[in-house]
Design a protein around this ligand. Structure first.
Ligand code: TNX
Length: 599
Protein backbone atom coordinates (compact mmCIF):
# COMPACT_ATOMS: atom_id res chain seq x y z
CA UNK A 1 0.00 0.00 0.00
CA UNK A 2 1.31 3.40 -0.97
CA UNK A 3 1.46 6.07 1.62
CA UNK A 4 1.40 9.46 0.04
CA UNK A 5 1.77 12.84 1.49
CA UNK A 6 0.69 15.93 -0.23
CA UNK A 7 -0.50 19.33 0.54
CA UNK A 8 -4.05 20.33 -0.12
CA UNK A 9 -3.12 23.98 0.19
CA UNK A 10 -4.76 25.93 -2.59
CA UNK A 11 -2.60 28.63 -4.01
CA UNK A 12 -1.46 29.28 -7.56
CA UNK A 13 2.26 28.88 -8.06
CA UNK A 14 2.51 32.64 -8.42
CA UNK A 15 0.56 33.25 -5.24
CA UNK A 16 -2.95 34.07 -6.44
CA UNK A 17 -4.87 35.04 -3.30
CA UNK A 18 -6.72 32.34 -1.45
CA UNK A 19 -9.97 34.28 -1.77
CA UNK A 20 -9.87 33.63 -5.49
CA UNK A 21 -9.14 30.00 -4.94
CA UNK A 22 -11.92 29.03 -2.56
CA UNK A 23 -9.55 26.69 -0.82
CA UNK A 24 -8.03 26.74 2.58
CA UNK A 25 -4.70 25.64 3.94
CA UNK A 26 -4.78 22.07 5.02
CA UNK A 27 -1.75 19.84 5.22
CA UNK A 28 -2.01 16.25 6.22
CA UNK A 29 -0.83 12.72 5.73
CA UNK A 30 -2.85 9.64 5.23
CA UNK A 31 -2.61 5.99 4.42
CA UNK A 32 -5.68 5.20 2.36
CA UNK A 33 -7.52 2.07 3.35
CA UNK A 34 -5.64 1.54 6.58
CA UNK A 35 -7.12 4.56 8.21
CA UNK A 36 -10.58 3.89 6.86
CA UNK A 37 -11.91 2.91 10.24
CA UNK A 38 -15.47 3.33 9.13
CA UNK A 39 -15.42 0.94 6.23
CA UNK A 40 -17.53 -2.15 6.30
CA UNK A 41 -16.30 -5.57 7.32
CA UNK A 42 -15.68 -8.27 4.77
CA UNK A 43 -18.36 -8.78 2.17
CA UNK A 44 -20.91 -11.49 1.84
CA UNK A 45 -23.41 -13.11 4.07
CA UNK A 46 -22.58 -14.23 7.56
CA UNK A 47 -23.29 -17.89 8.15
CA UNK A 48 -25.00 -19.25 11.20
CA UNK A 49 -22.58 -20.50 13.85
CA UNK A 50 -20.73 -23.62 12.73
CA UNK A 51 -22.13 -26.90 14.00
CA UNK A 52 -20.80 -27.83 17.43
CA UNK A 53 -17.63 -29.81 17.19
CA UNK A 54 -16.92 -33.03 19.01
CA UNK A 55 -15.11 -30.90 21.58
CA UNK A 56 -16.80 -29.56 24.64
CA UNK A 57 -18.89 -26.49 23.97
CA UNK A 58 -19.79 -24.66 27.10
CA UNK A 59 -23.39 -24.19 28.15
CA UNK A 60 -23.50 -20.55 27.07
CA UNK A 61 -22.34 -21.43 23.56
CA UNK A 62 -24.93 -24.18 23.34
CA UNK A 63 -27.67 -21.89 24.56
CA UNK A 64 -26.74 -19.09 22.21
CA UNK A 65 -26.49 -21.45 19.25
CA UNK A 66 -29.88 -22.91 20.05
CA UNK A 67 -31.37 -19.48 20.38
CA UNK A 68 -29.92 -18.28 17.10
CA UNK A 69 -31.02 -21.39 15.24
CA UNK A 70 -34.52 -21.18 16.68
CA UNK A 71 -34.64 -17.51 15.85
CA UNK A 72 -33.57 -18.16 12.32
CA UNK A 73 -36.28 -20.76 11.95
CA UNK A 74 -39.10 -19.01 13.73
CA UNK A 75 -38.74 -15.28 13.47
CA UNK A 76 -41.38 -13.92 11.14
CA UNK A 77 -40.15 -12.12 8.08
CA UNK A 78 -40.42 -8.39 8.58
CA UNK A 79 -41.24 -6.84 5.23
CA UNK A 80 -40.05 -3.35 4.61
CA UNK A 81 -42.50 -0.53 4.55
CA UNK A 82 -43.39 0.40 1.00
CA UNK A 83 -41.97 3.87 1.65
CA UNK A 84 -38.53 2.58 2.66
CA UNK A 85 -36.89 3.65 -0.56
CA UNK A 86 -34.06 6.07 -1.35
CA UNK A 87 -34.65 8.38 -3.13
CA UNK A 88 -38.13 8.88 -1.69
CA UNK A 89 -40.77 8.05 -4.29
CA UNK A 90 -43.27 10.62 -5.44
CA UNK A 91 -46.37 8.69 -4.27
CA UNK A 92 -46.68 5.65 -2.03
CA UNK A 93 -49.96 3.86 -1.33
CA UNK A 94 -49.31 0.89 0.94
CA UNK A 95 -51.70 -2.02 1.08
CA UNK A 96 -50.76 -4.20 4.05
CA UNK A 97 -53.13 -6.92 2.84
CA UNK A 98 -51.21 -7.29 -0.41
CA UNK A 99 -47.68 -8.35 0.63
CA UNK A 100 -46.21 -10.74 -1.89
CA UNK A 101 -43.51 -13.36 -1.58
CA UNK A 102 -41.34 -14.18 -4.58
CA UNK A 103 -41.79 -17.90 -5.24
CA UNK A 104 -38.92 -20.11 -6.38
CA UNK A 105 -40.70 -20.83 -9.64
CA UNK A 106 -41.43 -17.16 -10.45
CA UNK A 107 -41.10 -16.03 -14.04
CA UNK A 108 -40.19 -12.52 -15.14
CA UNK A 109 -42.37 -11.60 -18.06
CA UNK A 110 -41.65 -8.51 -20.09
CA UNK A 111 -42.97 -6.53 -23.03
CA UNK A 112 -41.34 -7.85 -26.18
CA UNK A 113 -39.42 -4.61 -26.80
CA UNK A 114 -35.68 -5.44 -26.64
CA UNK A 115 -34.96 -2.56 -24.25
CA UNK A 116 -37.66 -3.79 -21.85
CA UNK A 117 -36.40 -7.36 -22.15
CA UNK A 118 -32.92 -6.10 -21.31
CA UNK A 119 -34.26 -4.58 -18.08
CA UNK A 120 -36.08 -7.84 -17.31
CA UNK A 121 -32.80 -9.71 -17.71
CA UNK A 122 -31.05 -7.15 -15.46
CA UNK A 123 -33.72 -7.75 -12.84
CA UNK A 124 -33.21 -11.50 -13.10
CA UNK A 125 -29.46 -11.00 -12.73
CA UNK A 126 -30.01 -8.89 -9.62
CA UNK A 127 -32.26 -11.49 -8.02
CA UNK A 128 -30.73 -14.81 -9.05
CA UNK A 129 -27.52 -14.83 -6.96
CA UNK A 130 -29.16 -14.37 -3.56
CA UNK A 131 -32.39 -16.24 -4.21
CA UNK A 132 -30.81 -19.09 -6.11
CA UNK A 133 -34.04 -19.15 -8.14
CA UNK A 134 -33.85 -19.65 -11.90
CA UNK A 135 -36.15 -16.68 -12.69
CA UNK A 136 -36.50 -17.23 -16.43
CA UNK A 137 -37.31 -14.18 -18.54
CA UNK A 138 -40.02 -14.42 -21.20
CA UNK A 139 -41.74 -11.90 -23.41
CA UNK A 140 -45.42 -11.29 -24.03
CA UNK A 141 -47.55 -8.82 -25.94
CA UNK A 142 -49.43 -7.86 -22.79
CA UNK A 143 -47.32 -9.00 -19.85
CA UNK A 144 -49.21 -10.18 -16.74
CA UNK A 145 -47.50 -11.10 -13.49
CA UNK A 146 -48.99 -14.65 -13.34
CA UNK A 147 -47.42 -15.27 -9.95
CA UNK A 148 -44.20 -13.54 -10.90
CA UNK A 149 -43.00 -10.10 -11.98
CA UNK A 150 -44.20 -8.33 -15.13
CA UNK A 151 -42.37 -5.43 -16.78
CA UNK A 152 -44.78 -3.51 -18.93
CA UNK A 153 -43.57 -0.93 -21.42
CA UNK A 154 -46.60 1.20 -22.11
CA UNK A 155 -46.04 4.31 -24.16
CA UNK A 156 -49.46 5.63 -23.20
CA UNK A 157 -48.86 5.19 -19.47
CA UNK A 158 -48.15 8.89 -18.99
CA UNK A 159 -45.29 8.24 -16.60
CA UNK A 160 -42.78 10.53 -18.30
CA UNK A 161 -39.29 9.87 -19.63
CA UNK A 162 -38.06 8.19 -16.44
CA UNK A 163 -41.13 7.51 -14.29
CA UNK A 164 -42.62 4.15 -13.41
CA UNK A 165 -45.42 2.57 -11.45
CA UNK A 166 -44.83 -0.41 -9.20
CA UNK A 167 -47.87 -2.45 -8.18
CA UNK A 168 -47.31 -5.15 -5.59
CA UNK A 169 -50.36 -7.37 -5.10
CA UNK A 170 -51.06 -10.86 -3.83
CA UNK A 171 -50.99 -12.28 -7.35
CA UNK A 172 -47.65 -10.75 -8.36
CA UNK A 173 -45.81 -7.57 -9.22
CA UNK A 174 -46.19 -5.19 -12.12
CA UNK A 175 -43.66 -2.56 -13.10
CA UNK A 176 -45.09 -0.20 -15.71
CA UNK A 177 -43.28 2.61 -17.50
CA UNK A 178 -43.35 4.58 -20.73
CA UNK A 179 -39.64 3.96 -21.32
CA UNK A 180 -37.00 1.35 -20.55
CA UNK A 181 -35.33 3.94 -18.29
CA UNK A 182 -38.52 4.08 -16.24
CA UNK A 183 -38.61 0.30 -15.97
CA UNK A 184 -34.96 0.35 -14.89
CA UNK A 185 -35.67 2.84 -12.10
CA UNK A 186 -38.67 0.72 -11.12
CA UNK A 187 -36.54 -2.37 -10.64
CA UNK A 188 -34.14 -0.40 -8.43
CA UNK A 189 -37.09 0.38 -6.18
CA UNK A 190 -38.21 -3.24 -6.23
CA UNK A 191 -34.70 -4.30 -5.25
CA UNK A 192 -34.67 -1.97 -2.25
CA UNK A 193 -38.02 -3.31 -1.05
CA UNK A 194 -36.67 -6.84 -0.78
CA UNK A 195 -34.76 -7.90 2.33
CA UNK A 196 -31.13 -6.71 2.47
CA UNK A 197 -29.99 -10.28 1.89
CA UNK A 198 -30.93 -9.79 -1.77
CA UNK A 199 -27.50 -8.14 -2.07
CA UNK A 200 -25.75 -11.41 -1.30
CA UNK A 201 -23.67 -12.82 -4.14
CA UNK A 202 -24.41 -16.38 -3.03
CA UNK A 203 -27.73 -18.07 -2.29
CA UNK A 204 -29.26 -17.44 1.11
CA UNK A 205 -32.41 -18.73 2.71
CA UNK A 206 -34.88 -15.92 3.04
CA UNK A 207 -38.53 -15.13 2.51
CA UNK A 208 -38.37 -12.69 -0.34
CA UNK A 209 -41.33 -10.61 0.77
CA UNK A 210 -42.33 -7.36 -0.91
CA UNK A 211 -44.69 -4.98 0.89
CA UNK A 212 -48.03 -4.64 -0.88
CA UNK A 213 -49.31 -1.47 -2.50
CA UNK A 214 -48.53 0.94 -5.30
CA UNK A 215 -45.68 3.37 -5.91
CA UNK A 216 -46.01 5.99 -8.61
CA UNK A 217 -42.75 7.75 -9.17
CA UNK A 218 -40.90 10.21 -11.41
CA UNK A 219 -37.89 12.51 -10.95
CA UNK A 220 -37.99 16.16 -9.97
CA UNK A 221 -35.01 17.10 -12.20
CA UNK A 222 -33.94 15.59 -15.52
CA UNK A 223 -30.21 15.77 -14.71
CA UNK A 224 -28.96 13.85 -11.68
CA UNK A 225 -25.28 13.13 -11.67
CA UNK A 226 -22.01 12.42 -10.01
CA UNK A 227 -18.52 13.33 -11.17
CA UNK A 228 -15.42 11.22 -10.85
CA UNK A 229 -12.05 12.93 -11.27
CA UNK A 230 -9.92 10.28 -12.99
CA UNK A 231 -7.17 12.82 -13.70
CA UNK A 232 -5.71 13.54 -10.25
CA UNK A 233 -5.61 9.81 -9.65
CA UNK A 234 -6.34 7.34 -12.37
CA UNK A 235 -8.95 4.63 -11.79
CA UNK A 236 -9.27 1.37 -13.68
CA UNK A 237 -12.29 0.75 -15.88
CA UNK A 238 -13.62 -1.80 -13.37
CA UNK A 239 -13.63 0.83 -10.62
CA UNK A 240 -15.55 3.23 -12.82
CA UNK A 241 -18.10 0.52 -13.65
CA UNK A 242 -18.62 -0.05 -9.97
CA UNK A 243 -19.26 3.66 -9.47
CA UNK A 244 -21.81 3.42 -12.28
CA UNK A 245 -23.53 0.66 -10.30
CA UNK A 246 -23.75 2.95 -7.27
CA UNK A 247 -25.28 5.70 -9.39
CA UNK A 248 -27.82 3.30 -10.85
CA UNK A 249 -29.03 2.15 -7.43
CA UNK A 250 -30.05 5.68 -6.56
CA UNK A 251 -31.55 6.60 -9.93
CA UNK A 252 -28.79 8.99 -10.95
CA UNK A 253 -28.61 9.30 -14.71
CA UNK A 254 -25.34 11.10 -15.51
CA UNK A 255 -21.71 10.19 -14.90
CA UNK A 256 -19.41 13.16 -15.46
CA UNK A 257 -15.82 12.05 -16.03
CA UNK A 258 -13.18 14.70 -15.37
CA UNK A 259 -10.76 13.25 -17.91
CA UNK A 260 -7.94 15.78 -18.01
CA UNK A 261 -6.08 17.94 -15.56
CA UNK A 262 -2.60 19.18 -14.71
CA UNK A 263 -1.62 15.84 -13.25
CA UNK A 264 -2.71 13.58 -16.09
CA UNK A 265 -4.47 13.19 -19.43
CA UNK A 266 -6.70 10.10 -19.36
CA UNK A 267 -8.37 9.71 -22.74
CA UNK A 268 -6.68 8.53 -25.93
CA UNK A 269 -6.73 11.05 -28.77
CA UNK A 270 -5.39 9.55 -32.02
CA UNK A 271 -4.46 12.88 -33.60
CA UNK A 272 -2.44 13.97 -30.54
CA UNK A 273 -1.03 10.65 -29.27
CA UNK A 274 1.47 12.12 -26.82
CA UNK A 275 -1.40 13.41 -24.69
CA UNK A 276 -1.63 9.92 -23.24
CA UNK A 277 1.81 8.41 -24.01
CA UNK A 278 3.44 11.32 -22.14
CA UNK A 279 0.63 13.26 -20.48
CA UNK A 280 -1.08 10.14 -19.14
CA UNK A 281 1.86 8.75 -17.21
CA UNK A 282 1.66 10.91 -14.11
CA UNK A 283 -0.73 11.50 -11.22
CA UNK A 284 -0.86 13.19 -7.82
CA UNK A 285 1.76 11.82 -5.47
CA UNK A 286 4.00 10.40 -8.22
CA UNK A 287 2.08 7.24 -9.07
CA UNK A 288 2.07 5.74 -12.57
CA UNK A 289 -1.17 7.33 -13.81
CA UNK A 290 -2.80 5.65 -16.78
CA UNK A 291 -5.36 6.36 -19.43
CA UNK A 292 -8.41 4.93 -21.13
CA UNK A 293 -8.03 3.61 -24.64
CA UNK A 294 -10.94 4.40 -26.89
CA UNK A 295 -12.16 0.85 -26.32
CA UNK A 296 -11.97 1.36 -22.53
CA UNK A 297 -13.96 4.54 -22.76
CA UNK A 298 -16.50 2.88 -25.06
CA UNK A 299 -16.88 0.13 -22.49
CA UNK A 300 -17.64 2.65 -19.75
CA UNK A 301 -20.10 4.46 -22.00
CA UNK A 302 -21.97 1.31 -22.96
CA UNK A 303 -22.00 -0.12 -19.43
CA UNK A 304 -23.46 3.18 -18.24
CA UNK A 305 -25.94 3.33 -21.13
CA UNK A 306 -27.20 -0.13 -20.24
CA UNK A 307 -28.03 1.38 -16.85
CA UNK A 308 -29.66 4.42 -18.40
CA UNK A 309 -26.74 6.63 -17.40
CA UNK A 310 -25.25 9.16 -19.82
CA UNK A 311 -21.51 9.82 -19.70
CA UNK A 312 -20.52 13.50 -19.70
CA UNK A 313 -16.85 13.76 -20.72
CA UNK A 314 -14.90 16.79 -19.51
CA UNK A 315 -11.83 18.19 -21.24
CA UNK A 316 -10.81 21.01 -18.92
CA UNK A 317 -9.78 24.18 -20.83
CA UNK A 318 -7.97 26.55 -20.97
CA UNK A 319 -6.51 25.94 -17.48
CA UNK A 320 -5.79 22.65 -15.74
CA UNK A 321 -3.77 21.67 -18.82
CA UNK A 322 -0.21 21.06 -17.58
CA UNK A 323 -0.26 17.41 -18.72
CA UNK A 324 -1.11 18.53 -22.29
CA UNK A 325 1.65 21.15 -22.22
CA UNK A 326 4.22 18.57 -21.11
CA UNK A 327 3.25 16.47 -24.14
CA UNK A 328 2.93 19.36 -26.64
CA UNK A 329 4.96 22.42 -25.61
CA UNK A 330 3.76 24.30 -28.70
CA UNK A 331 0.46 24.71 -26.84
CA UNK A 332 2.19 26.49 -23.95
CA UNK A 333 2.26 30.29 -23.93
CA UNK A 334 6.08 30.30 -23.75
CA UNK A 335 6.43 27.21 -26.02
CA UNK A 336 8.55 25.52 -23.37
CA UNK A 337 7.50 22.18 -21.92
CA UNK A 338 6.78 22.54 -18.22
CA UNK A 339 7.84 19.76 -15.86
CA UNK A 340 5.18 17.12 -15.17
CA UNK A 341 3.05 18.10 -12.20
CA UNK A 342 2.12 15.74 -9.38
CA UNK A 343 1.11 18.21 -6.68
CA UNK A 344 -2.32 19.60 -5.89
CA UNK A 345 -2.10 23.31 -6.58
CA UNK A 346 -4.31 24.85 -9.23
CA UNK A 347 -4.51 27.78 -11.60
CA UNK A 348 -0.97 27.91 -12.97
CA UNK A 349 -1.30 26.23 -16.38
CA UNK A 350 -3.13 27.21 -19.57
CA UNK A 351 -3.08 26.56 -23.28
CA UNK A 352 -2.06 29.56 -25.35
CA UNK A 353 -5.24 31.39 -26.38
CA UNK A 354 -3.25 33.51 -28.84
CA UNK A 355 -1.98 30.62 -30.94
CA UNK A 356 -4.15 29.13 -33.71
CA UNK A 357 -2.62 25.71 -33.06
CA UNK A 358 -4.45 25.72 -29.75
CA UNK A 359 -7.79 25.84 -31.56
CA UNK A 360 -6.73 23.01 -33.88
CA UNK A 361 -5.85 21.03 -30.78
CA UNK A 362 -9.19 21.82 -29.15
CA UNK A 363 -11.15 20.95 -32.29
CA UNK A 364 -9.28 17.66 -32.76
CA UNK A 365 -9.62 16.59 -29.13
CA UNK A 366 -13.26 17.57 -28.77
CA UNK A 367 -14.03 16.04 -32.17
CA UNK A 368 -12.59 12.67 -31.16
CA UNK A 369 -14.22 12.72 -27.75
CA UNK A 370 -17.56 13.74 -29.27
CA UNK A 371 -17.34 10.89 -31.75
CA UNK A 372 -16.90 8.45 -28.88
CA UNK A 373 -19.74 9.91 -26.84
CA UNK A 374 -23.37 9.18 -27.72
CA UNK A 375 -24.75 11.56 -25.06
CA UNK A 376 -25.53 15.17 -25.92
CA UNK A 377 -23.05 16.86 -23.58
CA UNK A 378 -19.44 18.02 -23.89
CA UNK A 379 -18.01 19.56 -20.71
CA UNK A 380 -15.25 22.06 -21.44
CA UNK A 381 -14.22 22.86 -17.86
CA UNK A 382 -13.29 26.54 -17.73
CA UNK A 383 -12.54 26.67 -14.00
CA UNK A 384 -9.59 28.28 -12.27
CA UNK A 385 -7.86 29.59 -15.39
CA UNK A 386 -6.48 32.39 -13.26
CA UNK A 387 -3.87 33.46 -15.75
CA UNK A 388 -6.29 33.93 -18.64
CA UNK A 389 -8.31 36.94 -17.72
CA UNK A 390 -11.13 39.13 -19.01
CA UNK A 391 -11.70 39.30 -22.74
CA UNK A 392 -8.97 36.81 -23.54
CA UNK A 393 -10.76 34.23 -21.39
CA UNK A 394 -14.25 34.95 -22.74
CA UNK A 395 -12.92 35.08 -26.32
CA UNK A 396 -11.32 31.66 -25.85
CA UNK A 397 -14.45 30.20 -24.28
CA UNK A 398 -16.69 31.61 -27.03
CA UNK A 399 -14.55 29.97 -29.73
CA UNK A 400 -14.55 26.66 -27.86
CA UNK A 401 -18.31 26.85 -27.31
CA UNK A 402 -18.77 27.21 -31.08
CA UNK A 403 -16.52 24.20 -31.71
CA UNK A 404 -18.74 22.17 -29.41
CA UNK A 405 -21.91 23.39 -31.10
CA UNK A 406 -20.46 22.58 -34.54
CA UNK A 407 -19.90 19.04 -33.30
CA UNK A 408 -23.62 18.83 -32.54
CA UNK A 409 -23.08 18.73 -28.79
CA UNK A 410 -24.35 20.90 -25.95
CA UNK A 411 -21.80 22.92 -23.96
CA UNK A 412 -21.44 22.24 -20.26
CA UNK A 413 -18.83 24.14 -18.26
CA UNK A 414 -18.06 25.25 -14.75
CA UNK A 415 -19.82 28.47 -13.82
CA UNK A 416 -16.69 30.51 -14.58
CA UNK A 417 -17.97 30.33 -18.17
CA UNK A 418 -20.84 32.63 -17.19
CA UNK A 419 -19.43 35.92 -18.57
CA UNK A 420 -18.92 34.42 -22.05
CA UNK A 421 -21.64 34.94 -24.65
CA UNK A 422 -24.62 32.64 -24.46
CA UNK A 423 -24.94 29.76 -26.87
CA UNK A 424 -28.11 27.76 -27.38
CA UNK A 425 -28.74 25.28 -24.61
CA UNK A 426 -25.52 25.85 -22.74
CA UNK A 427 -25.32 24.59 -19.19
CA UNK A 428 -23.25 25.99 -16.34
CA UNK A 429 -22.19 23.79 -13.48
CA UNK A 430 -22.34 25.98 -10.40
CA UNK A 431 -19.91 25.02 -7.65
CA UNK A 432 -20.00 28.11 -5.45
CA UNK A 433 -20.25 28.11 -1.70
CA UNK A 434 -22.40 31.20 -1.43
CA UNK A 435 -25.75 31.30 -3.21
CA UNK A 436 -25.36 34.96 -4.17
CA UNK A 437 -23.84 34.97 -7.64
CA UNK A 438 -25.01 37.82 -9.90
CA UNK A 439 -22.75 36.79 -12.79
CA UNK A 440 -24.36 33.37 -12.93
CA UNK A 441 -27.83 34.87 -12.53
CA UNK A 442 -27.10 37.11 -15.51
CA UNK A 443 -25.97 34.13 -17.60
CA UNK A 444 -29.21 32.37 -16.67
CA UNK A 445 -31.17 35.43 -17.78
CA UNK A 446 -29.40 35.15 -21.11
CA UNK A 447 -30.59 31.53 -21.37
CA UNK A 448 -28.11 29.33 -19.52
CA UNK A 449 -29.36 26.39 -17.46
CA UNK A 450 -27.69 25.27 -14.27
CA UNK A 451 -26.41 22.05 -12.83
CA UNK A 452 -26.06 22.79 -9.14
CA UNK A 453 -23.07 21.41 -7.24
CA UNK A 454 -22.51 23.66 -4.22
CA UNK A 455 -18.99 23.10 -2.92
CA UNK A 456 -20.19 23.17 0.68
CA UNK A 457 -23.03 20.66 0.18
CA UNK A 458 -22.37 18.48 -2.84
CA UNK A 459 -18.56 18.18 -3.03
CA UNK A 460 -17.97 14.60 -2.03
CA UNK A 461 -14.24 15.19 -1.63
CA UNK A 462 -14.95 17.27 1.47
CA UNK A 463 -14.41 15.46 4.75
CA UNK A 464 -17.41 14.40 6.81
CA UNK A 465 -15.72 15.39 10.04
CA UNK A 466 -12.26 16.54 11.12
CA UNK A 467 -11.12 12.95 11.56
CA UNK A 468 -12.18 11.70 8.12
CA UNK A 469 -8.97 10.02 6.90
CA UNK A 470 -9.09 11.47 3.38
CA UNK A 471 -10.61 14.49 1.71
CA UNK A 472 -10.46 18.26 1.82
CA UNK A 473 -12.16 20.89 3.94
CA UNK A 474 -11.75 24.09 1.94
CA UNK A 475 -15.54 24.24 1.45
CA UNK A 476 -16.20 23.10 5.00
CA UNK A 477 -17.04 19.74 6.45
CA UNK A 478 -19.98 17.96 4.85
CA UNK A 479 -21.75 15.47 7.07
CA UNK A 480 -24.78 13.63 5.76
CA UNK A 481 -27.21 16.25 6.93
CA UNK A 482 -25.24 19.03 5.26
CA UNK A 483 -25.26 17.01 2.03
CA UNK A 484 -29.03 16.59 2.34
CA UNK A 485 -30.32 19.87 3.75
CA UNK A 486 -30.44 22.25 0.82
CA UNK A 487 -32.64 22.73 -2.21
CA UNK A 488 -31.17 22.65 -5.72
CA UNK A 489 -34.31 24.40 -6.98
CA UNK A 490 -33.77 27.58 -4.95
CA UNK A 491 -30.14 27.42 -3.88
CA UNK A 492 -28.73 30.09 -6.17
CA UNK A 493 -30.58 33.30 -5.34
CA UNK A 494 -32.34 34.73 -8.37
CA UNK A 495 -32.16 31.54 -10.43
CA UNK A 496 -35.66 30.15 -10.95
CA UNK A 497 -36.24 26.42 -10.45
CA UNK A 498 -37.16 26.09 -14.15
CA UNK A 499 -33.58 27.06 -15.06
CA UNK A 500 -32.17 24.27 -12.90
CA UNK A 501 -31.46 21.23 -15.01
CA UNK A 502 -30.45 19.27 -11.99
CA UNK A 503 -27.84 18.42 -9.43
CA UNK A 504 -24.44 16.77 -9.41
CA UNK A 505 -22.08 15.51 -6.73
CA UNK A 506 -18.44 15.90 -7.81
CA UNK A 507 -15.71 13.70 -6.38
CA UNK A 508 -12.27 15.24 -6.85
CA UNK A 509 -9.51 12.76 -6.22
CA UNK A 510 -6.40 14.55 -5.02
CA UNK A 511 -6.56 12.44 -1.84
CA UNK A 512 -8.47 9.48 -3.22
CA UNK A 513 -6.43 6.59 -4.54
CA UNK A 514 -8.47 3.42 -4.27
CA UNK A 515 -11.98 2.15 -4.86
CA UNK A 516 -12.44 1.90 -1.10
CA UNK A 517 -11.51 5.58 -0.81
CA UNK A 518 -14.07 6.45 -3.49
CA UNK A 519 -16.80 4.48 -1.75
CA UNK A 520 -15.94 5.91 1.65
CA UNK A 521 -16.55 9.43 0.37
CA UNK A 522 -19.49 8.53 -1.88
CA UNK A 523 -21.53 6.59 0.64
CA UNK A 524 -23.70 7.57 2.37
CA UNK A 525 -23.71 11.08 0.86
CA UNK A 526 -24.41 10.13 -2.75
CA UNK A 527 -27.94 8.92 -1.88
CA UNK A 528 -28.57 12.29 -0.19
CA UNK A 529 -27.73 14.17 -3.38
CA UNK A 530 -29.66 11.61 -5.41
CA UNK A 531 -32.75 12.26 -3.30
CA UNK A 532 -32.43 16.02 -3.88
CA UNK A 533 -32.38 15.37 -7.61
CA UNK A 534 -35.18 12.83 -7.71
CA UNK A 535 -37.71 13.34 -4.94
CA UNK A 536 -40.45 15.97 -4.78
CA UNK A 537 -39.45 18.88 -2.56
CA UNK A 538 -42.54 18.26 -0.43
CA UNK A 539 -41.07 14.95 0.72
CA UNK A 540 -37.89 16.60 2.04
CA UNK A 541 -37.54 15.56 5.66
CA UNK A 542 -34.23 14.90 7.38
CA UNK A 543 -35.56 12.55 10.06
CA UNK A 544 -37.41 10.46 7.52
CA UNK A 545 -34.46 10.41 5.12
CA UNK A 546 -32.11 9.44 7.93
CA UNK A 547 -34.25 6.41 8.74
CA UNK A 548 -34.59 5.31 5.14
CA UNK A 549 -30.85 5.82 4.60
CA UNK A 550 -30.07 3.66 7.62
CA UNK A 551 -31.73 0.76 5.83
CA UNK A 552 -29.14 0.99 3.04
CA UNK A 553 -26.30 0.09 5.41
CA UNK A 554 -27.01 -3.63 5.63
CA UNK A 555 -27.37 -3.71 1.86
CA UNK A 556 -23.92 -2.20 1.35
CA UNK A 557 -22.47 -4.51 3.97
CA UNK A 558 -23.99 -7.55 2.32
CA UNK A 559 -22.77 -6.41 -1.10
CA UNK A 560 -19.23 -5.76 0.20
CA UNK A 561 -19.41 -2.03 -0.43
CA UNK A 562 -17.34 0.32 1.72
CA UNK A 563 -19.15 3.22 3.35
CA UNK A 564 -18.69 5.77 6.07
CA UNK A 565 -20.62 4.75 9.15
CA UNK A 566 -21.81 8.28 9.78
CA UNK A 567 -22.59 8.61 13.48
CA UNK A 568 -25.76 10.62 12.89
CA UNK A 569 -27.38 7.65 11.15
CA UNK A 570 -28.84 4.87 13.30
CA UNK A 571 -27.49 2.00 11.27
CA UNK A 572 -29.45 -1.16 11.99
CA UNK A 573 -27.80 -4.41 12.78
CA UNK A 574 -26.90 -6.50 9.78
CA UNK A 575 -28.90 -9.68 9.52
CA UNK A 576 -27.22 -13.00 9.99
CA UNK A 577 -27.94 -14.72 6.75
CA UNK A 578 -28.31 -18.46 7.06
CA UNK A 579 -26.60 -20.26 4.24
CA UNK A 580 -28.91 -22.22 2.07
CA UNK A 581 -28.01 -25.89 1.77
CA UNK A 582 -29.81 -26.45 -1.48
CA UNK A 583 -30.54 -23.35 -3.48
CA UNK A 584 -32.99 -25.17 -5.71
CA UNK A 585 -35.26 -26.04 -2.76
CA UNK A 586 -35.67 -22.89 -0.74
CA UNK A 587 -37.25 -23.18 2.65
CA UNK A 588 -40.09 -20.83 3.43
CA UNK A 589 -39.38 -21.22 7.13
CA UNK A 590 -35.93 -19.78 7.46
CA UNK A 591 -35.74 -16.07 7.83
CA UNK A 592 -33.02 -13.58 8.45
CA UNK A 593 -32.37 -12.70 12.00
CA UNK A 594 -31.05 -9.53 13.40
CA UNK A 595 -28.87 -9.02 16.35
CA UNK A 596 -25.34 -10.27 16.25
CA UNK A 597 -23.43 -8.69 13.47
CA UNK A 598 -23.16 -4.95 13.70
CA UNK A 599 -22.11 -3.00 10.67
C1 TNX B 1 -11.81 22.99 -7.09
S1 TNX B 1 -14.39 23.02 -8.32
C2 TNX B 1 -11.62 22.52 -8.38
C3 TNX B 1 -10.84 21.31 -8.60
C4 TNX B 1 -10.32 20.73 -7.33
C5 TNX B 1 -11.35 20.86 -6.24
C6 TNX B 1 -10.95 20.23 -4.94
C7 TNX B 1 -13.55 23.14 -9.57
C8 TNX B 1 -14.29 23.37 -10.79
N1 TNX B 1 -12.22 23.03 -9.49
O1 TNX B 1 -9.79 21.58 -9.49
O2 TNX B 1 -9.97 19.42 -7.54
O3 TNX B 1 -11.62 22.21 -6.02
O4 TNX B 1 -11.99 20.21 -4.05
Amino acid sequence: MRTITHTAERRTLDGTPASELHFCHNRREYTPGVAAVSTTPSPGPTALPAPLSAGEPDAATLASTAEQTAGALLAPAAPHRLADVVPAPQQVQPDPTADWTLPAEAVIVSSADPAALAVAEQLAQLLRPATGYPLPVTDATTPEPAGGIALVLDGSADLGAEGYRLDIATDGVNVTASTAAGLFHGIQTLRQLLPAAIESSTPVTERWVLPGGTITDAPRFPYRGAMLDVARHFFAVEDVLRVVDHLARYKLNHLHLHLTDDQGWRIAVDSWPKLTSIGGTTEVGGGPGGHYTKADYARIVSYAAARHITVVPEIDLPGHTNSALVAYPELAPDKIAPPPYTGTEVGFSYVDPADERTYDFVADVLGEVAALTPGPWLHIGGDEAFKVKGEVYTGFVERVQRIVADLGKTVVGWHQLAPAAHLDGRVLQWWGTNGEDPTTVDAVRRGARLIVSPGNHAYLDMKYAPDTPIGHDWAGLIDVRKAYDWDPGTHVAGVPTEAVLGVEAPLWTESVISLADIELLLLPRLPAIAELGWSPRASHDWADFRDRLAGQGPRWTTAGITFHRAPEIHWPTTPIIPTQPNPAVPSQDNTTREGANRI
